[in-house]
Design a protein around this ligand. Structure first.
Ligand SMILES: Cc1ncc(COP(=O)(O)O)c(C=O)c1O
Length: 399
């Protein structure tokens, strides 16, 4: 990126996970141009047009859920999450939703209600939507004293089971919505064993399992979707962000009977699945596939994690380094033996990095993490340059 003064920057944010396929990939830009001359708008409620159908078919083929599948297209991640909830409620005839501490699902009333991290996302915006029950996310670094990752995961699952006795009847729960790799919450992968037990629990109680892959999807973690690492099949998968390389598009994909549950005309929007965004998505997905960006995400992740490990050994204020594929974070603490979240240093690191030409953002329930979402088209040289800048920024602030 070059700013108005001619300063150049490397982008380690991908516009918050939107340009996994890089900025302005030529094939995508060309497809948008061609589509613009053909059809700009029809509205999927008015008539069926080919790019919408093609994207739905592409997603149905891409997302590993067995049986008959369907996809519904929306404009934003929040809109798609809301629609997934509406579908789950219509399908089950139940009202309640279970969501997680640290979750981020959007900023509309229902998705803000599902979202955690009160002070940043919810303060002064209530009252919130009812029938939402919150349980702890298996966050190994913030386990209770004496717990290892496995014990933390077991305890969190027990908390979920207890919530189904203490707070809400499982027969009243329409859906459990989880980010298999928590994004805003601090880039925390849910243990695969936890996700497998969650799948069993949802099946046992007839609860719709919704995977929110808005930030973690489309090659970011080295798989098309983060839930694939665990081998589970969610009932519904919500995608957005990198699906269309920068144009507003989102989707709900999953079991056909759930997508078909709302009455005709019950879900829809004017612009959802806009032809330009669909044309972009088709080429973006083809590009990600042909460039093998899953493989590249793994490589990038290995290079970055190698550097992060050395920084953890060098800088006492880095408490944890973690991630999956190229979705990585550094968590800052208050001292070598003090895991209290450090809410000051990460902001200074981000500011220092900007001054040195690197775009970065924070994450974490306590805003004490620095997250990295490099475009997966980055070269090794650019990656190395960016990592050198980040290391220098950390050394300047926390060395
Ligand atoms: C996991 C997750 N879900 C939902 C959303 C909301 O998406 P949007 O901003 O497109 O509404 C986001 C956005 O960051 C997200 O990270």
């Amino acid at each position: 990126m070059t700013d108005v003064d001619g300063n150049t920057f490397l982008d380690f944010t991908s516009g918050i996970g939107v340009v996994n396929a890089g900025h302005t990939p030529e094939v995508v830009v060309e497809a948008i141009r061609a589509q613009a001359e053909n059809l700009l708008h029809l509205c999927a409620l008015v008539g069926t047009y080919e790019p919408y159908v093609a994207v739905a078919e592409r997603l149905n083929a891409l997302i590993p859920i067995s049986g008959k599948k369907k996809s519904y297209l929306a404009n934003t991640g929040a809109e798609a999450v809301e629609t997934a909830i509406k579908m789950a409620r219509a399908y089950t005839g139940r009202p309640a939703i279970i969501a997680y501490e640290g979750a981020y699902h959007g900023r509309t009333l229902l998705t803000m209600s599902l979202t955690s991290k009160y002070a940043l996302f919810k303060k002064s915006f209530g009252p919130f939507a009812p029938e939402i029950y919150r349980v702890p996310y298996p966050y190994a670094y913030r386990a209770n004293e004496g717990e290892d990752a496995e014990a933390c995961s077991r305890r969190c699952f027990a908390d979920l089971e207890r919530a189904l006795v203490a707070h809400v009847d499982p027969a009243a729960v329409a859906a459990i919505i989880i980010e298999p790799m928590q994004g805003e919450g601090g880039f925390i992968p849910a243990p695969f064993s936890y996700l497998r037990k969650l799948r069993e629990l949802c099946t046992k109680h007839g609860i719709v399992l919704i995977a929110d892959e808005v930030q973690s999807g489309f090659c970011r973690t080295g798989r098309w979707f983060a839930f694939e690492h665990s081998g589970i099949e969610p009932d519904l998968v919500v995608t957005a962000k990198s699906i269309a390389a920068g144009l507003p598009l989102a989707a709900v994909t999953g079991r056909a009977e759930i997508l078909d549950a709302p009455h005709v005309g019950g879900v829809g929007s004017t612009y959802g699945g806009n032809p330009l965004a669909c044309a972009a998505a088709l080429q973006a997905i083809t590009f990600m596939e042909s460039a093998n960006l899953n493989n590249r995400a793994e490589q990038i992740g290995e290079i970055m994690m190698g550097r992060f490990q050395t920084w953890k050994a060098r800088f006492p204020l880095i408490g944890d380094v973690r991630g999956l594929g190229a979705m990585l974070a550094l968590e800052f603490i208050s001292g070598p033996n003090d895991r209290t979240p450090n809410t000051v240093v990460p902001l200074k690191v981000v500011e220092e990095a900007y001054k040195r030409g690197l775009m970065l953002i924070r994450a974490g329930l306590y805003s004490n993490c620095v997250r990295t979402l490099v475009p997966l088209t980055i070269t090794d040289e650019e990656l190395d340059e960016g990592l050198n800048v980040l290391e220098a920024a950390i050394a300047a602030v926390a060395g």
